[in-house]
Design a protein around this ligand. Structure first.
Ligand code: FAD
Ligand code: PYC
Length: 413
């Protein structure tokens, strides 16, 4: 190995394989332009090429691939939602995720851990039963477990009754998983580029030209690009970008913070969430404890971290897992969560013809990367909204046909 490193490291004629084929100049025109090089935009580019043979595609990313929420999330993947529409949708993503490393030939470190949503009150137990029933009805593995089960299954959990909010039980979801989040973006980018899509980093969309209610071209910091269809997949900037196209979204953008501890040997296998305590925690394959809580208390476009958040989070984490008092926090960061009124995404057509959105991903969109990419690609390619996406149309806020998932969000927000 040492000799190999020296041989190749010092050899000027050895060029490592370029994993993501770099695109240089923008062409004047594309069949499809995707705004946003996060997991969702890159997955859509990949499925457009793989499933529909559409490769005259450009992904425009204003900074670097996965530098938005894709590289900032806590990587939890699950389908234990509350509504039948949500469960069916997220379950399709979980199924796609399971085989993604093989499919992309890129290790996304998918790791099935089991996911526990703790219940500290009778009403939380009732919601857990409700979710378990809806999940089972749709073939998703979830069940309610109680204190004796938890003592066996998560021995590190503090089950004392002498705390502010004793644990009564939990919704247990065995397929709950984590993955290496930026590898998901890189894997999709690599394969999409290999199939012919162009990926342009440092390329920001700054204007959208609409004529007779139809998108015609985009203004970027590198010039004008005409386009057949456009997919907007910009997560925390959704309202800003849709405004460039001339319409508003029912979204409030609120920072969501997270942090990791120093890495230690593996001691916590499952993912633990407490809605009442507003915390969630898992241990990554690197050994770091990955932790987060609620969104910040007010909307704004800032990704600064706060001591306030850290104090609140740690107060609750120490109650659940007292050994965490031994571990220093290593890093803290924030992303921008686009919150919809019903805690479900917005996908599909917009008031502007040929302009589609994939938005409203709040605190829940990483797990949906595969399904949204695949199904948005189908929508763009066929011009028809697939059945599985119909409940998530923008129009639902006019007809008040909401898909209420607040009770299944990771924590209360
Ligand atoms: P992004 O990855 O944000 O990509 C959008 C891209 O668009 C960005 O790279 C941005 O630079 C680019 N862009 C913006 N404007 C423009 C423009 N004008 N021109 C060109 N490019 C532009 N979800 C889960 O399912 N599980 C979790 O455990 C989880 N934890 C989270 C923890 C935190 C702290 C945060 C912040 C979010 C979490 N989420 C989680 C939510 C999840 O991260 C997002 O919903 C998801 O990553 C959205 O992916 P995306 O590809 O749509 O957006
Ligand atoms: O959707 O499971 C989730 C999640 C966990 C943390 C943030 N979102």
């Amino acid at each position: 190995m040492v000799f190999g490193l020296l041989k190749y490291g010092l050899n000027p004629r050895f060029h490592p394989k370029e994993f993501i084929k770099e695109s240089r100049d923008l062409k004047p025109s594309y069949d499809v332009v995707i705004i946003g090089g996060g997991g969702h935009g890159l997955a859509a580019a990949y499925y457009l090429a793989r499933d529909w043979g559409i490769t005259n595609v450009a992904v425009l990313e204003k900074s670097w691939l996965g530098g938005g929420n894709t590289g900032r999330n806590t990587a939890i993947i699950r389908s234990n939602y509350l509504t039948p529409e949500g469960v069916e949708f997220y379950d399709e993503s979980v199924q796609l995720y399971k085989n993604l490393s093989q499919e992309l030939d890129y290790n996304i470190l998918y790791s099935e851990r089991g996911h526990f949503t703790l219940a500290h009150t009778d009403s939380a137990i009732r919601t857990s039963r409700w979710r378990a029933e809806v999940n089972k009805h749709l073939g998703v593995n979830s069940e309610v477990v109680y204190r004796d089960d938890l003592a066996q299954m998560v021995p590190l959990l503090n089950l004392s009754e002498d705390v502010r909010y004793p644990v009564l039980g939990a919704l247990y979801h065995p397929p709950g998983a984590i993955a290496r989040h930026d590898a998901v973006a890189w894997g999709y980018a690599g394969r999409a580029a290999e199939l012919g899509a162009e990926i342009h980093q440092n390329t920001e969309v700054i204007g959208i030209n609409v004529e007779n209610d139809k998108v015609i071209s985009l203004e970027t910091n590198k010039g004008t690009v005409t386009c057949g269809k456009v997919l907007q997949a910009v997560a925390g900037q959704s309202s800003e970008v849709s405004r460039l196209a001339g319409f508003d979204l029912p979204i409030r953008t609120i920072p969501l913070q997270a942090c990791v501890s120093l890495p230690v040997k593996p001691i916590l296998d499952p993912i633990i969430v407490s809605g009442s305590l507003h915390v969630y925690i898992s241990q990554s394959d690197r050994g770091e404890f990955v932790m987060g809580g609620s969104t910040d208390p007010y909307p704004r476009y800032q990704t600064s971290s706060s001591l306030d958040f850290m104090e609140g989070l740690m107060g609750h984490i120490l109650e659940l897992l007292p050994f965490m008092g031994e571990l220093p926090v290593l890093r803290q960061w924030a992303g921008l969560a686009d919150m919809t009124p019903d805690f479900s995404p917005v996908m599909g057509e917009t008031p502007v013809q040929n302009y589609y959105i994939d938005a409203g991903w709040g605190t829940w969109g990483f797990k949906a990367t595969c399904v949204s990419g695949k199904r948005m690609a189908e929508t763009l390619a066929t011009g028809v909204t697939p059945k599985i996406l119909e409940p998530f149309a923008l129009d639902r806020f006019r007809t008040f046909d909401l898909v209420g998932e607040k009770g299944a969000a990771s924590v209360g927000h």
